[in-house]
Design a protein around this ligand. Structure first.
Ligand code: F6P
Length: 342
């Protein structure tokens, strides 16, 4: 049996560990052959492949990124008028032509949304969840998140000392489009004075910005002020899945803090540093477990299912269900962090 593998959406540390686990279990245990598709859904759309054997996955466990490449190519967008039909038909034709009998799709809600559509049309697909934001409802954690939190925590530790030396407010903007998990965890671990997340609009005129001598503020890129007009977000470009490209809230905040307190404020945008480099041990183990369970799921014929971590167990959940619910930071979790604000 020939299995296709692809990684779609924003990359994150741990993708290579999944690919390695699929191959390292699938070849000796089940006698499968693997074919890697390049750059997310672009690979199956254009029939662009690379060989994936034991040799190809040697040494990739600690490597960030993905040896397959990734993209936000959306096969449903190129033929929106036909309800995505022609993109899906092209993929089905290419899979048949290449003798690919099952697909393992590693991605977030967008990539898995396409995987779910294909599976509903008879293509056997197993999903592996991937999002650095940790915002998929069905799984307790996704790999890449722990690495991002550790990188952001280290940055906060470093910012504390320079902030104190200069008596400045320092703002660190971290990833988190719709949810504030990275900001919450990194901010708690790093002892931030304020953490701002998309789930809870904040007030620009808030007391603590005005009185604290040198606050260290962690802000998720998707956080928004109650006073929306304070936002002059310059960048409103959309990606192929229609998401606004975010960024800029950290600088908006710095300007406001300077204006309101008369004290200096500086912003650090951590950006893609959070997504690059070697995964933590937690992410390597989680990604490896997802890979092993995903290829076992292929063997069991559990198609249309996504791997998920629930408690300490890896379980199967229907792809459609898994991508339907965004996992927000609950108010009580935010309240635990608020204890340390100020
Ligand atoms: O979806 C994951 C994510 O890392 C978001 O936190 C961020 O908004 C986005 O990807 C940025 O992606 P890119 O710059 O690759 O388009």
């Amino acid at each position: 049996m020939r299995i296709g593998v692809l990684t779609g959406g924003g990359d994150c540390p741990g993708l290579n560990a999944v690919i390695r686990a699929l191959v390292r279990r699938g070849i000796p245990e089940y006698g499968y052959e693997f074919l890697g598709f390049r750059d997310g859904w672009r690979g199956p759309l254009e029939g662009d492949t690379i060989p994936l054997d034991i040799q190809a996955v040697r040494g990739i466990l600690p490597r960030g990124g993905t040896i397959l490449g990734s993209s936000r190519t959306n096969p449903l967008a190129e033929s929106a008028a036909s309800g995505g039909r022609s993109g899906l038909e092209r993929i089905k034709g290419n899979l048949a032509g290449l003798g690919v009998e099952a697909l393992v799709a590693i991605g977030g809600e967008d990539t898995l949304g396409v995987a779910g559509r294909l599976n509903a049309e008879g293509v056997p697909v197993v999903g592996v969840p991937k999002t650095i934001d940790n915002d998929l409802g069905a799984t307790d954690y996704t790999f890449g998140f722990d690495t991002a939190v550790n990188i952001a925590m280290e940055a906060i530790d470093r910012l504390h000392t320079t902030a104190e030396s200069h008596h400045r407010a320092l703002i660190i903007e971290v990833m988190g489009r719709h949810v504030g998990w990275i900001a919450l965890h990194a901010g708690m671990a790093g002892g931030a004075n304020v953490i701002l997340i998309p789930e809870k609009p904040f007030s620009m005129v808030e007391h603590r910005f005005q009185t604290r001598y040198a606050p260290l503020v962690v802000v998720a890129e998707g956080a928004r002020p109650e006073e929306e007009d304070a936002l002059a977000l310059a960048d409103q470009r959309l990606d192929a899945f229609g998401h606004v490209r975010l960024g800029g809230i950290g600088q908006v905040l710095a300007n406001e803090i300077e204006k309101r307190t008369g004290k200096e404020a500086r912003t650090t945008v951590l950006g893609h540093i959070q997504r690059g480099g070697t995964p933590t041990a937690f992410d390597r183990v989680l990604a490896t477990r997802f890979g092993v369970h995903a290829i076992d799921a292929v063997h069991e014929g559990a198609f249309g299912m996504m791997m998920a971590l629930q408690g300490t167990q890896i379980v199967h959940v229907p792809i459609a269900e898994a991508t339907s619910e965004l996992k927000l930071v609950p108010p009580e979790r935010y309240a635990e962090a608020e204890v340390f604000f100020g």
